[in-house]
Design a protein around this ligand. Structure first.
Ligand SMILES: Cc1cc2nc3c(=O)[nH]c(=O)nc-3n(C[C@H](O)[C@H](O)[C@H](O)COP(=O)(O)OP(=O)(O)OC[C@H]3O[C@@H](n4cnc5c(N)ncnc54)[C@H](O)[C@@H]3O)c2cc1C
Length: 593
């Protein structure tokens, strides 16, 4: 089992210098959440995760969740750990205080999610789905629905699920066929089969509340005709008390490549009682609230796995003796960390992980501002920037998780392929995050077709403006100037990619062909920018007297420089791919591929 300790120093630094937590804590609703209080919460939660959940990660992987007598049984220890989790109040930290929440900023919740995913991604999925449900009900539920469901979901006594996928409706959610028929009492009867439902059944919470997408009779085809329903596994009466079981059956749980402890269920809704959220055929509007929230959280899952893989690889590289490093005494074996190629892998892991942390927390800052800023224009600007960044957080965060956990295996050599080191599990668990919650291909399409054109391209232009300002600050910051040069060059490359997209706007297939490399290019630049912001902050602290963590600050600068020199130049290759366009993709007929 890999050891892990929460990266509190870097979390604090990112809160302070990238996400601006102090400024967020000045907003009226969040005034109690200053940097020190937030870090106390994160540190205490980190202790809980390491003590209770890290030891269950491997046993959960080996045992998996299973169906016993028609109900899902989670691996030993999960039920008790979940009880401890919600009784300690961890589930409620960022939510509405009016319904029992702790009212902390979203970025604090995100730091907690990072740690939770580093120690046990399977466990983390249960609160992740619940959290999306809470967000949706908070935004769109009636007061009666909030009274009956929200308090228990916020406390974590009940858990939530998200039911979109059906056998013929995956990326194309609009193809779903589950039916909802209204009854005389105003409730609906829901019938259909949903597949791949995370924590669709389990034994950890007292009740499971499903959010189900379905169609009412006569609804138009596609996403326009979708409505959204609350369907509790055990019925909830007008006073919020539990009654009989609803007619929702767990058909099976999937046998998967990873996240074995997270039950991925096939659910059969057989005339199950449901209640409408929003109005009929407004379902996708509601679901987007939940999905945007979940997309940032899935990106943060990727971040958590990157951090866990990096820590494991670093520990191993310090103790594994193999080969003689250049300059080492004859007849000795060196720790592999002394070999340049291993250094390259470790620095790649470290730099990408810190860049992904900066991106996800900066994205969460926009969520906090969009919800809580007193000024409507500031709320709109934050919501727009958050919308632009969300596909980056989700897709880049999870693509990096695949790359970084793979490097984690590589640093371990043959031992990385052996399950007992735990790094193979990180690699297997990471794989799904690029697929669910909208595949990364779908995220890239969302970016080029919907997010780049936001406000006539103005949202992206504003972001580029911020990045240019940082680049000029770096240019005139002595030792950091070389980072500024690289960042400026990458911004030029980004400009050319955006110009190509715009000059090819008449042919949407060009944008669709370029979407994935464009998302990577923009993410690489944003990552370089945010590490540049961190380098400037670290340099200021270093020159401002007697910092007590000089080594940490110097490492920050060096990491940003490594990123600028070794990782940022990949944007040039990406630009070439983007501007090659669609032509080559369809040269070979499908039958000849
Ligand atoms: C472990 C696990 C947990 C899950 N949890 C949930 C859950 O809790 N709730 C839920 O509702 N669903 C859940 N899902 C389903 C998940 O969200 C879907 O698997 C995902 O959205 C992709 O759908 P699909 O599997 O049908 O793939 P497909 O849609 O068939 O996609 C296959 C490939 O084609 C690409 N593709 C598809 N359409 C397009 C297009 N228009 N343009 C370009 N490329 C395209 C995709 O990017 C992908 O690479 C889960 C899945 C798994 C495996």
């Amino acid at each position: 089992m890999p050891t892990y300790s929460p990266p509190l120093r870097d979390i604090r630094f990112t809160f302070e210098h990238v996400a601006g937590l102090d400024e967020i804590a000045k907003l009226e609703d969040l005034a109690h959440a200053d940097l020190d209080s937030a870090m106390e919460v994160v540190a205490e939660f980190g202790r809980f995760c390491v003590d209770k959940l890290l030891p269950l990660n491997r046993t959960g992987d080996v045992t998996g969740s299973k169906v016993v007598d028609g109900r899902v049984v989670t691996p030993p220890g999960f039920k008790e750990a979940y009880q401890d989790y919600f009784e300690a109040g961890w589930n409620s930290v960022p939510f509405d205080q009016g319904y029992g929440g702790g009212g902390f900023p979203w970025m604090v919740a995100l730091a907690m999610q990072e740690i939770l995913n580093s120690v046990n991604m399977s466990f983390a999925l249960c609160p992740l789905l619940t959290q999306g449900f809470i967000e949706l009900l908070t935004a769109h539920g009636t007061e009666d629905q909030k009274q009956r469901y929200l308090t228990k979901l916020i406390s974590g006594e009940w858990s939530g699920t998200m039911n979109l996928t059906e056998p013929d409706a995956g990326s194309d959610v609009g193809a779903l066929r589950t039916k909802a028929v209204q009854q005389d009492d105003g409730t609906y009867r829901i019938s259909g089969t949903k597949i791949f439902i995370t924590f669709g059944d389990h034994d950890m919470a007292e009740n499971i509340v499903h959010l189900v997408l379905a169609r009412v009779p006569g609804a138009p085809p596609g996403t326009k005709g979708i409505s959204l329903f609350i369907v509790p596994a055990t019925l909830v009466d007008a006073n919020g008390e539990l009654g009989e079981r609803n007619t929702v059956t767990t058909v099976s749980v999937e046998h998967k490549m990873g996240i074995h402890a997270s039950p991925t269920c096939v659910l059969e809704f057989d005339g199950a009682v449901g209640e409408l959220v929003l109005e009929e055929q407004q379902g996708m509007r509601g679901m987007f609230t939940m999905m945007n929230n979940a997309r940032l959280s899935v990106g943060t899952q990727g971040l958590g796995l990157c951090e866990a893989a990096y820590q494991a690889a670093l520990d191993y590289a310090k103790v594994r003796l193999q080969g003689r490093a250049v300059g080492a005494s004859a007849g000795t074996s060196s720790p592999i960390i002394e070999h340049p190629d291993v250094r390259r892998m470790l620095l790649t892991m470290k730099a990408y992980t810190e860049a992904a942390r900066a991106l996800c927390y900066y994205n969460a800052r926009q969520v906090d501002l969009a919800h809580h800023h007193a000024d409507a224009d500031a709320r709109t600007a934050a919501a727009e920037l958050g919308a632009l960044l969300t596909p980056l957080s989700k897709a880049w965060g999870t693509d990096l998780a695949n790359e970084i956990t793979s490097l984690g295996v590589q640093v371990h050599g043959g031992m990385g392929f052996i399950e007992e080191t735990g790094v193979a599990q990180l690699y297997r668990d990471a794989r799904i995050a690029a697929i669910y919650e909208g595949t990364n291909g779908i995220q890239a399409i969302d970016l080029v077709l919907r997010k780049v054109p936001l406000r006539g391209g103005g949202v992206l232009a504003d972001l580029v403006g911020k990045m240019r300002a940082t680049a000029s600050e770096l240019d005139s910051a002595g030792d950091l100037a070389s980072i500024g040069v690289r960042l400026t060059a990458s911004l030029g490359t980004l400009d050319r990619a955006v110009a190509w997209l715009s000059s090819n706007a008449a042919d949407p297939e060009q944008a669709l062909a370029a979407a994935t490399p464009f998302l990577r290019l923009l993410s690489q630049v944003v990552g370089g920018w945010l590490l540049g912001v961190e380098a400037l902050a670290a340099a200021r602290a270093l020159s401002g007297g007697q910092p007590d963590d000089e080594a940490f600050l110097e490492t920050k600068v060096a990491t940003a420089k490594f990123y600028a020199d070794h990782l940022l130049p990949t944007v040039d290759g990406l630009l070439a791919t983007i501007t090659a366009g669609k032509a080559d993709l369809f040269q070979i007929p499908a039958a000849a591929l």
